[in-house]
Design a protein around this ligand. Sequence first.
Ligand code: GLU
Length: 284
Amino acid sequence: MSEHTDLREKLKDKKRIVVKVGTSSLTHPETGLLDLIKLEKLVRELTDLHNRGKEIILVSSGAIAVGRKTIGMKERPQKLSVKQACASIGQARLMMMYQKLFMEYNQVASQILMTKNTLVNGENRINARNTFDTLLEMGSIPVVNENDTISTYEIEFGDNDTLSAVVAALVQADLLILLSDIDGLFTDDPNRNPEAKFVEYVDHVDQHFEEMGRGTASDVGTGGMSTKLKAAKLATSAGADMVIANGADMGVIHRIVDGERIGTLFKANRTEDFYLIDYLDAPS
Ligand code: GLU
């Protein structure tokens, strides 16, 4: 059996799983409004994994997009205070939707909003870790986002790809699933280069792969392939396997955990001297 096939099989045994969904996977491309059918399916998938005995954390984007639609703003906000105000309106709305849907499946959801400061300070970091552990012990599914309402460039992660990898490292998750509007990693941007080949398996994120990620971006969320590869480096070094897959059908979540070959799988390569802080960019 190839190493890839073997690792795919082992995804069934993962216990602590972080799932990240980007704004593009939660909204209708035509209008930017929430895709309620997808949201409902996401919640059902996560609750079902929880019912199978897994510990689940959801990292969800969408606060700013939902906020701006709520007040009828046409363009993406550029000014920091406007983005923050949109996030404030949108995060509460988004969480209300999640609460409503999780409640329908009798699942307790909780909310954790983080900034980089949550991790740089040792005491805050331990505190955050304990809170995650306690919520998971209680059987809750924490829904995490950046605290966009107060975070400015010095303390922000900037994108939820990074945030989800940081969360995976913090809680020592054994699997991180990143759902986006792309199928996974390609050797080049498939929208521009028809010769681009799909990469099913990466056993080590090295410079060669990091270069592949440059130049591909999703136009709704913040992260492109480059941030996903940085996230892969962080998560795999912390000891988690990671899968990038297309969130067009939320059903991929259970199929990935069942070991199906979907998306790109990055193999965990825990580095002995892994230290989370080393992976957080210093403020520029
Ligand atoms: N935290 C942002 C939001 O909820 C999204 C960041 C991202 O798309 O990566 O709107």
